[in-house]
Design a protein around this ligand. Structure first.
Ligand SMILES: *Cc1c(COP(=O)(O)O)cnc(C)c1O
Ligand SMILES: [Zn+2]
Length: 420
């Protein structure tokens, strides 16, 4: 490559280390290993200091040297820098000394962490000359590709499993995307998309653009470190679908340590899944290096990937960092959603309920020691998965517009308290 490629050096096979040009490709032709972006860290170290970062706008692009585009970002320039909330009330309920919530439920523009990966993938797609972008999605990715493509004037095709929540379907259609519903679960959607990506000249953000796309997740980890005052958290609890976000949070801490932006070299990364789709957590609990594919059956549809592409690497990160995985039932997912909402005023989607529920189990079992500090990654918004909570959030009470009736209702309640 003689073209200027920013701070990127090449795409590199995670298995054999063979290097490839920085094009729209994602597997090694020798061993089918996944390709990853390699950077020139010596050059990055010269410009990416704490002071330089702090002087930049509050978006994920303040870490631009560590994100895989050649020029300036052109899509999703406002994404990221979501709040890191000190969650004292939730900490008390979960029995831990210190707890933080990284709230990507309010990410811009589509209320999930997927805006991070999509802004990188679409900015890079434009650099590579693509006019049509696409994805295989469990919901949030479809929303983000549809919205960000619309804003960038790109044509988009989003492929989703046919049993998706209404909120996620409407949230894709409204932007004018081509929404294709596949009668099957995510793994079948993904397989079809791999075939389509090979045949049509489109940028599939999580297929042929996956090396760039996946790097966007690192920004969540960079932000957590900066927002904690330039340190890595002792424990980070991460929801897992393909397992990519978990591996990239680990990579973000490693890069910050390598660049001297944080001084810690020790952290624990824990993974969270739903019991109805737990290939990675089942393998971790059994002490295995490989997962067995499963058929998903859970209300946590955003995490319902039965054959997780990065499952193997996620298991390795948990092992290397002394982290653990666990999984929770649908009822525990709802309990987790309510607990976060009632303690912190944050309404997360089902993936958030998974994260809170698993954190609770890991703390109770001592795998996260009660005297430590932890960050929970809340990755999506509860307004998109309302049907999961309908019938599980107490009752509204209806009265006529009469003060007497209101007072009578309160009196009644004093005798018989309503549990919400
Ligand atoms: C996609 C998604 C994840 C996890 O994605 P990975 O494939 O593991 O990177 C977590 N939470 C939500 C809400 C998601 O939409
Ligand atoms: Zn290889």
């Amino acid at each position: 490559m003689d073209k200027h490629e920013g701070f990127m050096k090449a795409l590199k096979c995670r298995e054999c280390g063979k290097e490839y040009p920085l094009s729209a490709t994602h597997v090694c032709e020798f061993d089918f290993g996944p390709l990853e972006v390699a950077y020139d860290y010596d050059r990055i170290k010269q410009s990416l200091t704490r002071a330089a970062i702090e002087a930049r706008p509050h978006t994920m692009w303040r870490y631009r040297e560590l994100l895989p585009i050649a020029g300036e970002p052109t899509v999703g320039t406002q994404v990221g820098y979501t709040p890191l909330v000190k969650a004292d009330r939730l900490a008390k309920r979960l029995g831990i000394r210190e707890l933080w919530v990284k709230n990507d439920a309010v990410n811009y523009p589509t209320l999930s962490f997927k805006d991070r990966v999509v802004s990188v993938a679409l900015s890079r797609s434009k650099e590579l000359g693509f006019k049509t972008v696409a994805c295989a999605s469990t919901g949030n990715l479809a929303n983000s590709v549809a919205a960000n493509a619309a804003a960038a004037g790109l044509k988009s095709y989003v492929f989703i499993p046919s049993d998706l929540e209404l909120g996620k379907v409407v949230n894709s259609l409204v932007y004018g995307a081509n929404v294709i519903s596949i009668k099957g679960h995510y793994d079948e959607v993904n397989r079809l998309c791999a075939e389509i990506a090979g045949k049509f000249g489109w940028a599939f953000v999580n297929v042929n653009m996956r090396p760039y796309y996946a790097e966007g997740s690192k920004s969540l980890g960079y932000e957590v470190c900066e927002q904690l005052g330039w340190r890595t958290p002792q424990h980070t609890v991460v929801p897992m679908a393909s397992g990519s976000l978990l591996t990239k949070i680990h990579k973000s801490y490693q890069e910050f340590a390598k660049l001297g932006l944080v001084s810690e070299s020790n952290w624990h990364i824990h993974g969270a899944q739903a019991t109805g789709c737990n290939p990675i957590s089942a393998a971790e609990k059994a002490g295995l290096d490989f997962f067995k594919p499963v058929k998903p059956n859970t209300i946590a549809k955003s995490l319902a990937i039965g054959t997780p592409a990065d499952g193997f690497y996620a298991l390795r990160v948990m092992k290397e960092t002394g982290g653990h995985a666990d999984d929770v039932t649908d009822d525990e997912v709802r309990d987790g959603i309510r607990l976060l909402a009632e303690c912190e005023g944050i309404f997360a989607e089902t993936a958030g309920g998974v994260t809170v529920g698993v954190a609770k189990k890991l703390i109770a079992s001592g795998k996260i020691p009660a005297n430590d500090s932890a960050v929970l990654c809340i990755t999506g918004n509860g307004l998109k998965t309302l049907e999961a909570m309908v019938g599980h959030v107490g009752q509204i009470r209806e009265i006529r517009p009469s003060l007497r009736e209101f007072e009578a209702m309160l009196k009644d309640e004093e005798k018989q308290p309503v549990t919400v």
